[in-house]
Design a protein around this ligand. Structure first.
Ligand SMILES: *Cc1c(COP(=O)(O)O)cnc(C)c1O
Length: 450
């Protein structure tokens, strides 16, 4: 049996219709290096999506590998209740230096969804313990994504992931999200005054009294199709939260650590959330780890004599795992030492130019949007009406398969194709990716005739 056949005998792959694998079996990968993955058959793939957005500095980075090899022979894991270790402490000391002001208390978990659950429970309990037991609800943006567990799905509003499970989920307040490509006010992202923020104001006026927190993906709604909204929106939201006594949770799981061109998306707006969720790039994509970071003020609301029952009784077996912390420390060291963000900014400018050249006049590219190195193409049937391709045609999926044949790993979100590469990608590699992407689009949309 081939490895693919042995795989299909047992493995139920994530976020997949397994029947698709009949004609398109899983691709066995042997090794990775930099922006490339190598199949067991020797075929090379340019990983333009950072292997599900987590690989920050390239595959098999020698320095992260060395840190992990050193740590694995020292301490692989220890219970984090009442115990600690050097890598966790040092990691917090490093992160405090780069996080928005005021975020100084770190609660560790082991994946993004878990860090969101932690944030929700923390916000709820904070209100309960500070004289606001009536504040029990959550607000979120439409088309938001915060993970797959029940709490995270409740504040997630993408029907694709959440609809079926609604009877299991909390009832949350949805604020209609900014939609800059199809702006109902006829404005553009660069010049508007966030007229659409009126929807948030209306929701707060009506619901804030019973709301403990609002959770958002700052600036970039990733899973919604890399939808980008202006920093001003976030600034206004911070002010609105302060006015109504609602906590602001920034889910920076996808946007953190330089993805948007600044260290955190919140930095573009110059705001500090009350709670921030971190994962994905945190360990450079090496190990599953997440952190829910919060303020001294929130932390203090849980600080009391044991018998007052105010402790945050929330834990995960792998909280503060030393291997994850060591990988994350290596990532921080590389980011700083090699001026990764500065270099990535240069690459991003070049990538934008390449994208504009290749797709600026493309009849089926409705919008090229970008923030940091993240670049997305929204494919539409008609540029003037902005009408999308019907989802049954699976245009994005077909282009994905075609691009893979050509050695580019380009996983789409519906009809949105995007690049979210490791920050160390070169301009030359960006060029290759753009031309393979362009060829694949051409072959599927024009030659095959969708
Ligand atoms: C990926 C992601 C999550 C969920 O993280 P997992 O580790 O997959 O559970 C939550 N929020 C955002 C914005 C994400 O991109």
């Amino acid at each position: 049996m081939t490895l693919e056949e042995r795989d299909l005998k047992y493995i139920w792959h994530p976020c997949s219709q397994m029947k698709d694998y009949e004609t398109f079996p899983p691709i066995p990968i042997e090794r990775g290096e930099g922006v490339y993955l190598y199949g067991t058959d020797g075929k090379r793939y340019l990983d333009i999506i950072s292997s599900w957005w987590c690989n920050l500095l390239g595959h098999c980075h020698p320095e992260i590998g060395a840190a992990l090899r050193d740590q694995v022979d020292k301490l692989e894991h220890v219970i984090f209740a009442n115990f600690t270790h050097r890598p966790a402490v040092e990691l917090c000391e490093e992160l405090v230096k780069i996080l928005p002001e005021g975020l100084v208390k770190f609660n560790f978990s082991d994946n993004g969804s878990a860090s969101v659950e932690c944030a929700l429970k923390m916000a709820f309990q904070y209100m309960h313990q500070t004289g606001h037991p009536e504040k029990t609800r959550f607000m979120c943006l439409s088309d938001g994504y915060h993970g797959e567990t029940i709490g995270a799905l409740s504040v997630g509003t993408l029907d694709l992931y959440a609809k079926l499970y609604r009877p299991m989920l909390m009832d949350t307040v949805r604020i209609p999200a900014p939609d800059c490509y199809r702006c109902p006010y006829g404005q553009t992202r660069e010049h508007c005054r966030c007229e659409c923020f009126a929807a948030a104001e209306a929701c707060f006026a009506e619901q804030a009294a019973e709301t403990c927190a609002v959770i958002v993906e700052p600036l970039l709604q990733g899973s919604a199709g890399m939808r980008i909204y202006p920093p001003l929106y976030l600034k206004k939201l911070r002010a609105l939260c302060d006015r109504y006594g609602v906590l602001l949770i920034a889910d920076e799981i996808a946007t953190g650590f330089g993805r948007t061109g600044r260290m955190f998306a919140c930095d573009h707006a110059g705001i500090s959330p009350d709670i921030m969720c971190l994962s994905k790039g945190l360990t450079g994509g090496y190990l599953p780890m997440a952190i829910t970071v919060t303020t001294r003020e929130i932390y203090d609301a849980f600080y009391a004599d044991y018998n007052e029952g105010k402790a945050f009784m929330h834990s995960h077996t792998y909280s503060g795992n030393p291997l994850g912390c060591r990988a994350a420390l290596a990532v921080q060291s590389i980011l700083k030492k090699e001026s990764i963000l500065e270099k990535a900014a240069g690459t991003a400018t070049r990538l934008t130019a390449l994208m504009n050249e290749a797709f600026g006049d493309h009849p089926h590219v409705g919008e090229i949007r970008h923030i940091g190195l993240i670049h997305a193409l929204e494919l539409v049937e008609d540029r003037d009406t902005k009408k999308g391709f019907p989802s049954e045609k699976r245009v994005g999926y077909q282009i994905y398969r075609r691009a893979l044949e050509k050695g580019l790993l380009l996983r789409p979100l519906g009809n949105v194709l995007y690049f979210n590469p490791p920050l160390i990608i070169s301009e030359k590699e960006c060029g290759t990716a753009v031309s393979v992407c362009a060829e694949s689009i051409k072959e599927i949309l024009f030659e095959k005739g969708v």
